[in-house]
Design a protein around this ligand. Structure first.
Ligand code: ATP
Ligand code: MG
Length: 803
C-alpha cells in the first residue's frame, strides 16, 4: 500500500490515528511483497499458509507492530496467540524492538492457556469457581481420579486413572462438557467414562480447582452461555493474531471463532506440513477450512525460505513428499548451496552422545576451521525425552554447558511440589489436594486412617479439609500423637494465611450497605513479604528440617532446590502470581550465564531455528515412534514424518542426522534398524560420515565402503565455504571468546593408572594389552577386536575383571 493509500484508508479516522499512521515504518522494510501484503491487509480475515522458514512469524510480528504504529489498536486491544511462552516472550521483545519502545502493554500476547487463565480469573464465578482457583498438575489430577474411582466402587484395574485422564483430556480438547459426550463415545466407554468425567468436574469445582483443559473449556462455555461477556471481548480485542494455527484443537478453534465472529479481524498463520500435535487433539483441518470459516478471507502464500540452505530444504522436501493428501508447497531460497546433510551411524546410544559431544566441542573451539561456533547456535533435537539422558550425562561428564528446553522441569521435582503444596493451601484453603499432599509431609502421625477421617468430616459438613480437621479436633475425633501435630499444622495455616492477607481492620462506614451493616472488614497490607512468608511456612511447618535431618545422598540437593524456589519468588508480586506462573510454564526458564547447547524434543523445537542442528536416534521404532504407528497407523506415521520435516527445517546451515545400531531402552538392549525416513532422504543432498576410529567397532564398519568418506575428505568439509559461512554467521551473532575451554574436554594431560604392556579388559572388545598411552586415551591391542583407541575409564585391569 502506498503512502497515499495509507492516508486514504484513514480518511475520517481520528486525528491521533492519522498522526500515528504518518509515523515512519522501518519495520516494513526488508519484507517481501507477499509478507507486506499480509501485514498491510488489516481489515477482515487473513490466512498465511506457507512452508517452514518463509517468514510467517516474522510477518505476524510486523503486523502487530503495524497495527500499533498506525493507531489501529492499542497494545492491550491486540490478542496474539503463540504456541509456547518462550515464543510469546520472543515476539514481545521483537515487537518492542521494532516499535522502539516497550511492548509490556501487550497483556494479551501469550499462549492459549496463559490468556485463558487471565480471562477465567475475571469470570470464574460463571462456572462455579472462585477467582483464586488453583490449576492442578497431572499428579493431582491422577490422585483425584483415583479417589473418585474408589468412591464409585469402580474396578481401578479396568479403569486406571491414567487412562481416564487421557479420555477426559481428549473430550476437553474437543470442547465436550460431560453433558455433550456423543453417544458413540459414551458407549465406547461403557457409559462409565462420562459418569466419572461428570463427577470429576463437580469435584474440581468443590475444590476450587481446574485442570489445564478446563482453562479453555470453561472460557468456551462462558462465551457460549453469556452473550454479554462474549460481546464485551469481541469489542475489546480489535485484532486477533494466531501463530502455528495448524496445531489448534477444537476447543481453541471454537474459542477463536467466537471471539472473531464480530469484526472478523483475524489473521492466522501456519503450515499443514508442520502439524505435529494430532495426538493431543490438534486438527489440521482447522487451517485447511479457514477460507470456508471466514468467507472472503485474504490468503497469502509465501514461498521464499530465508532460513536454510538449498541442501537442507531439498532434504526436508524429499522426506515430506512421501506423505499423502498434502496441499503441497514449493519453497525456494537464495542462500548458497552450503553443506549437504551429514548422516552417521553409531554402535550404540552412548557412542552417539559421545560423538555429538566431541563434534560440538570441536565446533565451539574452532578446530573445524578458524572461527568458533557459539554453543547457543547448536541444538540437539530428540524424538523422545528419554533420549536426553545420554546427552545430559555425557555433557555433564565433559563439562559442556547445556540447557534442556521444555524437559523435565525444576518445578516437577518432589521437594518443589511439596513446597508449592504448602503455598497453595495457604493461598487457597479449599485446595484439598494440596492439603492431602502436605498433611503428613513431613511425617506427623497422620496416616491414611486419620486422613480418611478428616476427609469424611469435611464432606459431612460440606467444607474443605482444613475446616474438616478443625471440626475433628474440636470434637476430639482424632487421637494419639497425630492430634497435637494436626493442631499445630492448622494453627500454622491460619497464621500464615493471616499474614498473607494482612491484619484485619474493621472500618466504620455508613455508606456501605451491601455488607449488611455499617462495619466493613478490610485487610491492611501484609506485614511480611511473600518471600519471607514462604521461608517461614517451610521452616515452621518442619518441611525444611525434614530434609536437613534426612541422611540420604539426595537430601542436600533437595534443600538447595527449595532454596532456589524461595529465591525464584522474588521476581513475583505475590504467592498467587507465582503459583500461576509455575502452572503455566512449559519452557525451562532457568537460563544461567554463558553460552549453552540446547537439548529439546522435536515438538518443543517448533518455530525455532539454529545454525547447526543434530538429529539423533533416527531408528525405526524410536523415530518414527512405534507407539504412534501402533496407535494411529498410517496417520501416526505421517505425523511422525511431519515431525522429521520440522526437525530438518530447524537447521540453517548444518544438519546432522544419526542413528545407533543398539539402544538401551526402558531397561533393555534393543537392536535397531535405521529409520525409514533415512531412506527417504534424497541421496544427492546427503554425505555419509565414517564413525571415528576411537570408539571403533561401530556401525560404520557395516556400511558400504563406497559411501564412506576418508578422514581427509571429512577434514575438507570443515574448510568448505558452507562451514566458513556457518562460522561467520555465528560470529555476527556475537560469539563470546572461548571460556575455560580446558574444562570442556577430556583432560589430555591427566595420566591414567595403566602402564604400557598391561593386560586389560573392555566390556565390548574383551581382553587386550596396552600399546599406547596419550593421557586418558589408550591404544589397546585386543585379542579378538584388533587395535583400538579407548578411553581409560572403560577399561579394567585384566586381573580385576577375572575376579
Ligand atoms: P516456521 O514455519 O518454522 O515457524 P516461519 O515461516 O515462521 O517458520 P520465521 O521464523 O518467521 O519463519 O523466519 C525464518 C527466518 O527468516 C528468520 O530468521 C527470519 O528473521 C528470516 N526472515 C523472514 N522474512 C525475511 C525477509 N523478508 N528477509 C530476510 N529474512 C527474513
Ligand atoms: Mg514460525
Amino acid at each position: 500500500m502506498s503512502e497515499f493509500d495509507e492516508n486514504a484508508a484513514f480518511e475520517g479516522a481520528s486525528l491521533s490515528a492519522r498522526a500515528m499512521a504518518a509515523r515512519p515504518q522501518p519495520y516494513l522494510e526488508g519484507l517481501n511483497p507477499a509478507q507486506r501484503e499480509a501485514v498491510e491487509t488489516m481489515d477482515g480475515p487473513v490466512l498465511m499458509l506457507a512452508g517452514a522458514g518463509t517468514g510467517k512469524t516474522r510477518a505476524l510480528t510486523a503486523r502487530i507492530v503495524h497495527l500499533l504504529n498506525t493507531g489501529r489498536a492499542r497494545p492491550n486491544e491486540v490478542l496474539a496467540v503463540t504456541f509456547t511462552n518462550k515464543a510469546a516472550r520472543e515476539m514481545k521483545n521483537r515487537v518492542g524492538a521494532m516499535l522502539g519502545q516497550s511492548a509490556d502493554g501487550m497483556r494479551w500476547l501469550g499462549t492459549f492457556h496463559a490468556i485463558c487463565v487471565k480471562l477465567l480469573r475475571r469470570h470464574a464465578e460463571l462456572v462455579g469457581l472462585k477467582s483464586n482457583f488453583t490449576i492442578l498438575d497431572t499428579d493431582d489430577q491422577l490422585r483425584l481420579l483415583k479417589q473418585l474411582v474408589a468412591a464409585e466402587g469402580i474396578d481401578d484395574k479396568r479403569w486406571p486413572a491414567r487412562m481416564l485422564s487421557g479420555i477426559i483430556d481428549d473430550w476437553k480438547n474437543r470442547a465436550l462438557t460431560p453433558d455433550k459426550i456423543p453417544a458413540a463415545d459414551a458407549g465406547a466407554y461403557n457409559h462409565l467414562g462420562p459418569q466419572i468425567y461428570a463427577a470429576y468436574q463437580k469435584r474440581l469445582v468443590e475444590l476450587n480447582c481446574c485442570d489445564f483443559g478446563d482453562l479453555l473449556l470453561h472460557m468456551v462455555t462462558i462465551f457460549q452461555t453469556h452473550e454479554d461477556v462474549l460481546a464485551q471481548y469481541q469489542r475489546w480485542f480489535k485484532y486477533i493474531l494466531v501463530d502455528e494455527y495448524q496445531d489448534t484443537n477444537v476447543a481453541q478453534y471454537l474459542w477463536l471463532r467466537l471471539l472473531a465472529a464480530g469484526h472478523k479481524n483475524i489473521c492466522c498463520v501456519g503450515d499443514d506440513d508442520q502439524s505435529i500435535y494430532g495426538w493431543r487433539g490438534a486438527e489440521v483441518g482447522n487451517i485447511l477450512r479457514f477460507e470456508k470459516d471466514f468467507p472472503g478471507s485474504h490468503v497469502v502464500r509465501l514461498e521464499q525460505n530465508y532460513r536454510s540452505t538449498p541442501h537442507i530444504l531439498a532434504a526436508a522436501a524429499g522426506v515430506i513428499s512421501a506423505n499423502e493428501g498434502r496441499l503441497g508447497k514449493t519453497l525456494w531460497t537464495q542462500a548458497e548451496e552450503g553443506e549437504k546433510l551429514r548422516l552417521i551411524g553409531h554402535w550404540d546410544g552412548e557412542e552417539e552422545a559421545r560423538w555429538i559431544g566431541d563434534e560440538i566441542e570441536a565446533m565451539q573451539r574452532g578446530t573445524r576451521g578458524n572461527a568458533r561456533v557459539s554453543l547457543d547456535h547448536m541444538a540437539i533435537l530428540v524424538r523422545a525425552s528419554h533420549q536426553m539422558r545420554a546427552f545430559e550425562d555425557r555433557f555433564l561428564t565433559i563439562g559442556l554447558p547445556y540447557r534442556v528446553i521444555g524437559g523435565p522441569r525444576f518445578y516437577e521435582r518432589l521437594e518443589i511440589r511439596d513446597s508449592m503444596a504448602y503455598f497453595r493451601v495457604v493461598t487457597s484453603p479449599d485446595d484439598d489436594l494440596a492439603f492431602e499432599r502436605i498433611v503428613n509431609t513431613p511425617k506427623r502421625g497422620l496416616g491414611d486412617v486419620a486422613q480418611r477421617k478428616i476427609r469424611a468430616t469435611a464432606q459431612e459438613h460440606g467444607t474443605n479439609m482444613v475446616e474438616g480437621a478443625r471440626i475433628l479436633l474440636a470434637h476430639d475425633g482424632i487421637g494419639g500423637k497425630g492430634a497435637a501435630q494436626l493442631r499445630l499444622l492448622i494453627e500454622g495455616i491460619d497464621r500464615w494465611s493471616g499474614m498473607l492477607r494482612g491484619p484485619r481492620i474493621e472500618v466504620n462506614d455508613d455508606s456501605v450497605v451491601d455488607t449488611g451493616g455499617p462495619i466493613r472488614i478490610e485487610y491492611g497490607p501484609p506485614e511480611v513479604s511473600h518471600v519471607e512468608l514462604a521461608e517461614m511456612i517451610l521452616d515452621e511447618s518442619g518441611y525444611t528440617g525434614h530434609w536437613q535431618n534426612d541422611k540420604t545422598p539426595e537430601a542436600p540437593g533437595r534443600l538447595e532446590n527449595v532454596k532456589e524456589l524461595v529465591k525464584a519468588l522474588e521476581q513475583f508480586e505475590n504467592l498467587q502470581g507465582f503459583l500461576e506462573h509455575v502452572s503455566l510454564i512449559m519452557d525451562n526458564e532457568k537460563d544461567g550465564e554463558g553460552e549453552k547447547v540446547s537439548i529439546m524434543t522435536l515438538h518443543a523445537a517448533k518455530g525455532l531455528e539454529f545454525p547447526a542442528v543434530f538429529l539423533p536416534g533416527w531408528e525405526d521404532g524410536l523415530f518414527p515412534s512405534q507407539r504412534s504407528m501402533d496407535e494411529s497407523g498410517l496417520k501416526g506415521l505421517e505425523e511422525e514424518r511431519r515431525l522429521a520435516y520440522v526437525g530438518i527445517t530447524r537447521a540453517e546451515e548444518l544438519c546432522t542426522i544419526s542413528f545407533a545400531a543398539n539402544r538401551f531402552v526402558f531397561g533393555q538392549w534393543q537392536n535397531a534398524m535405521p529409520s525409514r525416513f533415512i531412506d527417504e532422504l534424497p541421496e544427492a543432498h546427503v554425505d555419509v560420515l565414517t564413525p571415528p576410529g576411537l570408539y571403533g567397532g561401530g556401525f560404520g564398519a557395516a556400511m558400504p565402503k563406497s559411501t564412506l568418506h576418508d578422514q581427509a575428505a571429512e577434514a575438507n568439509v570443515y574448510n568448505s565455504p558452507g562451514w566458513r559461512r556457518l562460522q561467520a554467521r555465528a560470529g555476527t551473532r556475537g560469539v563470546s571468546q572461548p571460556s575455560e575451554a580446558k574444562n570442556m574436554t577430556i583432560d589430555m594431560t591427566a595420566t591414567s593408572s595403566f602402564s604400557m604392556g598391561e593386560r586389560v579388559f573392555h566390556q565390548k572388545f574383551g581382553y587386550g594389552a596396552i600399546i599406547g598411552i596419550e593421557g586418558e586415551k589408550l591404544e589397546v591391542a585386543f585379542e579378538k577386536a584388533g587395535d583400538k583407541k579407548v578411553v581409560a575409564r572403560f577399561l579394567t585391569a585384566a586381573d580385576d575383571a577375572a575376579s
